[in-house]
Design a binder for this molecule. Structure first.
Ligand SMILES: Cc1cc2nc3c(=O)[nH]c(=O)nc-3n(C[C@H](O)[C@H](O)[C@H](O)COP(=O)(O)O)c2cc1C
Length: 406
């Protein structure tokens, strides 16, 4: 199968992509209007093919309204050869949900309707989301068909365990539309050059509790770490995230949640040997309360409250000490002054390979924003420094392009 759009600019590789969406007659088709909305919201185009059976599960008019164009079905399977034209148009062909029946047909090259004919004709990447009752999924014939498709280079997204429409709980659930969208973007990513690589990312703030109800922290949202993690996942890496107390879209990642800097250090120590790349994007608190008050500190009769703080462990420096040959360490430096000089000093002191210097005082940069401006400083002084500005998720793609190619 052809790798689509190798020459796509990394910063806009998601925009305007052409998604051919095949919908078959499974109950999970009720989720498809939500998916079409997300495709449109992402500024991508969708052409939709329904099997006759799918029309019983999702109304063509709902999909036409959301897609802003007509949908295709066997009624249009005529001399205009839509099965060829649609697959030539598409950057990716997604079948969601895919019934046991359609899966079997595509695996065996049976082209007896518009959707299966298009699947047999497709030269773009084919992404299939099987969804069915757990016994149908476990059936030997279905499993053999999946194996055939995998051998043919088709990407199959395993259904998850959960409540199924047939009233039982088991393996057969189609992912939610936002998760399908992530898989589509992964399939569309211009390169998968981190396949087989393991990436450990720390993200978010830490909370250092003073008493049971109060903590010291910072405004980190975890967005930059999450963007680095997602961008590595799009490129094919296996990703583990150690996250402070923030919400991270964890689809496709293994996430370890921690609260304090000490817990984060412990989790990093446990996982650091596993990783080929370690990205230290968490905003770890530098200090914690010297003593934790087991009862809530009362305000009565206290005009002033003095806190005694002690220094937290330096996680990046600890990881630097544990670094094994070939492992790449990427740190972040959030600074408000002398950004470059301070970042260079950290790079050397913490045994990092790269540091991303971040002027958190600059407009639209730093904590809790969707945008950032970062200076990528390599340890190797023969390599050029680069400045990236824009959406955090776009910057993350550019950073990996640089780090992986170097
Ligand atoms: C109410 C109902 C729900 C169904 N749900 C599924 C399903 O989730 N997955 C599946 O593989 N088949 C399911 N089927 C069976 C398919 O609809 C049937 O195999 C059909 O022939 C599929 O046609 P298609 O693959 O051309 O869309 C269901 C059938 C009915 C009546």
């Amino acid at each position: 199968m052809k790798t689509s759009l190798k020459q796509t600019q990394m910063s806009n590789w998601k925009e305007g992509r052409k998604i051919l969406l095949g919908v078959t007659g499974g109950i999970a088709a009720y989720k498809i209007p939500g998916l079409v909305r997300l495709i449109k919201k992402s500024n991508c185009e969708a052409e939709i093919i329904l099997t006759n059976s799918a029309r019983n599960f999702v109304a063509p008019m709902a999909l036409e309204t959301l897609a802003g164009r007509g949908v295709w079905s066997d009624e249009n399977f005529d001399a205009s050869i839509p099965h060829i034209k649609l697959t030539q148009w598409a950057d990716v062909f997604v079948i969601a949900p895919c019934t046991a029946n359609s899966l079997a047909k595509v695996a065996r090259g049976i082209a007896d309707n518009l959707l299966t004919s298009a699947a047999v004709a497709a030269t773009c990447p084919l992404l299939i989301f099987p969804a069915m009752n757990e016994n149908m999924y476990a059936n030997k014939a279905t499993q053999e068909n999946i194996k055939i498709l995998l051998d043919h280079g088709v990407k199959i997204i395993e259904p998850s365990d959960g409540a199924l429409a047939c009233g039982v709980s088991g393996k057969g659930r189609m992912p939610e539309p936002d998760e399908i969208m992530l898989e589509i973007f992964k399939a569309l990513h211009p390169v998968h050059d981190m396949t087989g690589k393991k990436v450990l990312v720390t993200a978010g703030p830490t909370h250092e509790y003073l008493d049971p109800v109060r903590f010291i922290s910072n405004p980190s949202s975890g967005k930059m770490g999450a963007a680095m993690a997602r961008a590595a996942w799009y490129r094919g890496a296996e990703v583990k995230v150690i996250a402070g107390p923030v919400e991270i879209n964890s689809y496709g990642f293994d996430v370890v949640h921690v609260t304090s800097a000490s817990e984060m250090l412990e989790a990093v120590r446990e996982n650091s040997a596993w990783a080929d790349y370690i990205v230290k994007a968490a905003a770890v608190g530098d200090y914690r309360a010297r003593s934790f008050e087991p009862q809530k500190i009362k305000r009565e009769h206290k005009e002033f409250l003095t806190l005694e703080l002690e220094r937290n462990p330096d996680i990046a420096a600890e990881v630097g000490k544990l670094k094994r040959p070939g492992q790449i360490l990427i740190g972040f430096a959030a600074e408000t002054q002398n950004v470059s000089a301070n970042a260079r000093e950290k790079l050397a002191r913490k045994n990092l390979d790269y540091i991303l210097a971040n002027d958190v005082a600059a407009e639209g940069s730093g904590f809790a924003t969707d945008t950032n401006t970062l200076r990528l400083i390599p340890k190797d002084i023969n390599k050029a420094e680069k400045i990236f500005s824009g959406l955090k998720e776009d910057i993350a793609c550019e950073v990996w392009s640089d780090v992986v190619s170097l």
